[in-house]
Design a protein around this ligand. Structure first.
Ligand code: C5P
Length: 247
């Protein structure tokens, strides 16, 4: 049997990656953060002095997406209370923090809207999914599995996923969480306030929802989970239970 696939989609800062990582840790599944791929391409473009907001740069950015080598390494912990960490590598360099700055966040949706960039990333993500499946061990729950998070996992990347989750949360709540996360990890840029973060999240969601190439959309067979009033443990539990039900 192929590994059990969990697809987690949703708007920016809805808690996808934290949830996905914790679900993977609880079940002994692999984890792939697909947003990191688009962030890497954005970082690569910015560091070459390319302005992703200029449509004329699309083909240069697509070339970068093809030629960039992107790697992920998730370190799980034995204790269920501590969060797994994912290191992200762009052309062998550890860019885990560099891809999380507000500057990269601001430009990433424009990059992710470029069709050929999505094709290049899709290929890389599928290759990584296939490799992880072939090397992964039997998990805690018996069957090997994979948790992937992003915007188009249930609709495009893993259309036959065994479980599809669509996470939503009020944009104010998401902005508060994002600001806290940035502050906690020392990545909050000076003067950045709640209003600005909320506006940026809403702008990014709008771009992600209205773009032509695989827009952010809940798959017809996805389970919607509103996390506005849930704790992270609560949402992880809900998903883990759903996996057990379907295995
Ligand atoms: O999840 P994260 O915030 O890191 O994703 C960054 C951006 O990458 C999103 O705002 C979206 O534009 C893009 N993305 C995407 N498809 C995915 C994952 C991310 O378009 N599967």
């Amino acid at each position: 049997t192929r590994p059990f696939q969990v697809a987690i989609d949703g708007p920016a800062a809805s808690g996808k990656s934290t949830t996905a990582k914790m679900v993977a840790q609880r079940l002994g599944f692999d984890y792939i953060d697909t947003g990191a791929f688009y962030r890497c391409v954005t970082l690569a473009a910015l560091s070459k002095g390319i302005d992703p907001s200029k449509p004329s740069q699309a083909s240069q950015i697509s070339n970068l997406a093809q030629s960039s080598q992107i790697g992920l390494k998730t370190v799980f912990s034995n204790s269920s209370s501590s969060l797994p960490t994912t290191r992200v590598f762009l052309d062998k360099k550890d860019v885990s923090s560099d891809i999380r700055t507000e500057t990269v966040s601001k430009h990433v949706s424009a990059v992710a809207a470029i069709g050929p960039v999505r094709e290049a990333v899709l290929q890389k993500v599928r290759d990584m999914g296939a490799t992880s499946a072939s090397t992964s061990q039997e998990s805690n729950s018996g069957r090997a599995g994979l948790v992937m998070d992003g915007r188009d996992i249930g609709t495009v990347v893993l259309p036959n996923a065994d479980l599809k989750i669509f996470l939503v949360a009020d944009s104010r709540v998401r902005a508060e969480r994002r600001l806290q996360e940035l502050a906690k990890s020392g990545r909050k840029e000076e003067g950045l306030d709640l209003e600005t973060v909320q506006k940026d999240l809403e702008r990014r969601d709008e771009l992600d929802r209205t773009r032509e190439a695989s827009p952010l959309r809940k798959a017809d067979d996805a389970v919607e989970l509103d996390t506005s009033h849930l704790t992270i443990e609560g949402q992880v539990d809900a998903i883990v239970q759903e996996v057990y039900r379907r295995q």
